[in-house]
Design a protein. Structure first.
Length: 276
């Protein structure tokens, strides 16, 4: 095989590139973004549950040693700081076209040091708006994090071009799905609401924790379909993910929101992380 790699002519794949061939060609890859807090990984079980679900759905050969203790050990091997942002990427061994020749799973873990040992609250809030150029599909793969991320890249670039901190993306049915890298929640009075997984959002680990926290405390929470108008009528609007925790939205399409309930929810989440 002949290759032209950025102008460099090669007779064969460089070993490092060949190892990730299926991810590069087909996006045959899953990943998790994981927060390490003071040497602990509070959401590791939730991350592995989601990742394992994707690997099984795509018929990967999963090594028997891949367990939560295994991942904890491997992650902490590469975190040179007690606080870090970690990315765990898993892809299928090289070979084949759409139909793979080898289902063996491979992995890469990268880590970036962070200064804080806890999630941080921002007093400023986010400015955001509705993404116009992208609609997200709704299918059996919507809940997993894969490298088929062109739509999210386009949405992030649109948000940046508009001067927003983030953008809210609708699904193919014009219902609220998620933000560029976060799940979406909102308050209607005392009720915390979020789109159902059936509307195509990622099965967020922080999303799962917040739903469990509300249920444990018998506080009102509801998974419900939402439109653009639903968010404009909401009392408070917030985004969640495993790296930044909870971020409140100050402004969405010209509407300015409060954040009192969101700040209380943030503190509940921080207390729960400290208790893991």
């Amino acid at each position: 095989m002949a290759l032209n790699f950025n102008g460099l002519l090669l007779d064969q794949w460089p070993a490092e590139l060949w190892a990730v061939q299926r991810g590069l060609y087909f996006g045959d890859t899953f990943f998790e973004s994981i927060r390490v807090l003071n040497g602990r990984i509070p959401l590791l079980e939730a991350h592995w549950e989601r990742l394992l679900g994707g690997l099984k759905a795509m018929d990967y050969q999963i090594p028997s040693e891949w367990t939560i203790p295994f991942w904890e050990k491997e992650i902490l091997r590469v975190t040179r700081s007690p606080n870090a942002r970690v990315r765990l990427t898993v892809w299928r061994a090289p070979g084949g076209y759409y139909f793979p020749e080898n289902d063996q799973a491979q992995f890469l873990i990268t880590a970036l040091p962070l200064e804080s040992a806890q999630f941080e609250w921002s007093n400023e809030g986010l400015k955001t708006g509705l993404i116009k150029s992208v609609r997200l599909p709704v299918d059996a793969w919507s809940g997993y994090k894969t490298l088929n991320a062109a739509r999210y890249v386009a949405a992030a670039k649109e948000a940046h071009s508009m001067g927003w901190d983030d953008g809210i993306i609708l699904n193919a049915y014009e219902r609220v799905c998620e933000a560029c890298s976060s799940n979406v929640f909102w308050f209607e009075g005392s009720v915390l609401c979020t789109p159902p997984l059936s509307d195509g959002c990622v099965t967020g680990t922080m999303r799962k924790i917040l739903l469990l926290l509300r249920a444990e405390k018998a506080l009102p929470v509801q998974e419900k379909a939402a439109t653009f108008a639903t968010l404009l009528a909401a009392d408070e609007l917030l985004f969640t993910n495993a790296i930044r925790g909870i971020r409140w939205v100050r402004e969405f399409e010209g509407k300015v929101y409060e954040h009192h309930k969101t700040k209380a929810l943030f503190q509940e989440m921080v207390d729960a992380m400290n208790a893991f």
